[in-house]
Design a protein around this ligand. Structure first.
Ligand SMILES: Cc1cc2nc3c(=O)[nH]c(=O)nc-3n(C[C@H](O)[C@H](O)[C@H](O)COP(=O)(O)OP(=O)(O)OC[C@H]3O[C@@H](n4cnc5c(N)ncnc54)[C@H](O)[C@@H]3O)c2cc1C
Length: 417
């Protein structure tokens, strides 16, 4: 089958980036067709921010992203500041409110974001075709021939935007097929790995600590690189999770994938200095009739105290009168510097984003057009850009989609004149 029209722009992928770009490009006067693999657009948006969608962050700037990415991300972020984004969302009926620095839709519903983006893009004139996985993108004399869907229907366009994401949460549609499309057009691709993902640990007492949520600081060291974050950590039967673990997982995953030596430790008493521990141990051990769990349960979750005691071979039943100050201090010292043997990471199905993707060098950051393929644009997660938790990944999707749409409009109009 063939769709005989020639669109100005075909967008492969109706996720956060593709939807934002579709409205922008249609507003700029382009005829736009979005081809989305799944039965509906924006499936991943629905599960962001625990269903509330952390749309962006008040502090977002190029410095929010890892150092090697800053130069590349700056033009897109400059073209869509957080203030401009708030106005954009307000204009499509989704006012944003802040919780701390994080921005969410006023309704607290991620579905509102996904729906409003599609409605706004349709109102601007963009058309959509769902259940249409893009299978190939080929250059023709006048632009591109794109095949999609079960029947490999052919579509023609002057420009193409690849906004297919990578492999995080593949149930939402992002299965990495965009990478194959980019590679078929000779674009270089860096290895794709999970980021913002839980870590697997070889912890013999994980069964004891499972279910604990506690305030802690986690540090990952690999060679000269170090990542650290503090907040609510979840201790599970497979290892460690929670936002601070996600934030440091990028480095841990990279190190594990490259078989590099990795040191991970947790501080379950981050608000105390090491020097505070001795007087605390002295004070606690005067309560001679309490066992170790009763002594420490006001400072640390019970299951964590039990884990520490087992690791130090301290009887949970022994009273502090018998144990003495030294044992209490040893427990506190282990809580302060708890080594974790990280052996792996949860795969793409559990990851919030991926690291790696189409190499930044292959794309002009001023327009998001592929350097060696005129008319081909790339934006969003498919590019080798990823940020920390807190709205930074969606902001990149909006901002790069916005710039790609502008770039495509400039390219298509330039061809017309
Ligand atoms: C559980 C979870 C929670 C998250 N929470 C947040 C958050 O609160 N804040 C934040 O900033 N970030 C969050 N993220 C990350 C954020 O969702 C992504 O960074 C963002 O969605 C990337 O946008 P994208 O459009 O580039 O890719 P995607 O959202 O992955 O969209 C790609 C789209 O392309 C489609 N597609 C793929 N291949 C093809 C093909 N061959 N043909 C046609 N269509 C195709 C897919 O079906 C999909 O709809 C979260 C991610 C997850 C998994």
């Amino acid at each position: 089958m063939t769709d005989e029209r020639t669109y100005d722009l075909i967008i492969a992928g109706g996720g956060a980036c593709g939807l934002f770009a579709a409205r922008r490009a249609a507003q700029a006067g382009l005829t736009v067709l979005v081809l989305e693999k799944k039965e509906r657009t924006g499936k991943k948006i629905l599960i962001t921010g625990n269903g509330r969608c952390n749309v962006s962050n008040l502090t977002v700037s190029a410095d929010s992203y890892p150092a090697p990415m800053r130069k590349f991300t700056a033009p897109a972020l400059d073209a869509l500041s957080v203030k401009a984004l708030m106005q954009e969302f307000s204009a499509i009926g989704v006012p944003l409110v802040s919780r701390g620095d994080c921005l969410y839709p006023r309704s607290g519903q991620a579905a509102a974001v996904a729906d409003a983006l599609v409605l706004a893009a349709r109102e601007a004139g963009a058309t959509f075709q769902t259940e249409s996985a893009v299978r190939s993108v080929r250059r023709t004399g006048r632009g591109f021939r794109v095949t999609a869907g079960e029947n490999s229907t052919s579509f023609f366009s002057k420009a193409v935007l690849l906004a297919c994401g990578l492999k995080a949460a593949p149930r939402t549609g992002s299965d990495g097929s965009g990478i194959a499309l980019a590679a078929s057009l000779n674009l270089p691709v860096n290895p794709v790995l999970p980021a913002l993902t839980p870590l697997l640990c070889d912890e013999p007492y994980a069964g004891v600590w499972a279910g604990v949520r506690t305030h802690a600081c986690v540090t990952v060291c690999c060679g000269n690189e170090r990542a650290q974050d503090t907040g609510e950590i979840q201790l599970t039967d497979f290892g460690i999770s929670g936002i601070p673990v996600f934030q440091v997982s990028r480095l841990a995953v990279k190190a594990l994938a490259c078989h590099r030596r990795l040191r991970v430790h947790m501080d379950f008493l981050p608000e105390y200095d090491k020097a505070d521990l001795l007087p605390i141990a002295g004070r606690l051990s005067t309560c001679a009739d309490r066992n170790i769990v009763q002594l420490l349960q006001g400072m640390l979750p019970r299951k964590l105290v039990q884990t520490l005691a087992r690791k130090l071979d301290i009887s949970e039943k022994a009273h502090s009168g018998e144990l003495g100050e030294k044992a209490v201090l040893a427990m506190l010292a282990l809580a302060k510097d708890f080594p974790v043997h990280v052996t792996g990471y949860k795969d793409f199905s559990q990851a919030q984003v991926c690291q790696g993707g189409v190499a930044r060098e292959a794309v002009d950051p001023q327009t998001m057009m592929a350097v060696n393929v005129p008319g081909l644009f790339l934006a969003g997660e498919i590019l080798d850009v990823d940020g920390p938790c807190g709205g930074f990944n969606l902001h990149w999707a909006w901002a790069s989609g916005n710039l790609a749409a502008k770039g495509a409009a400039h390219y298509v109009k330039g061809k017309k004149s």
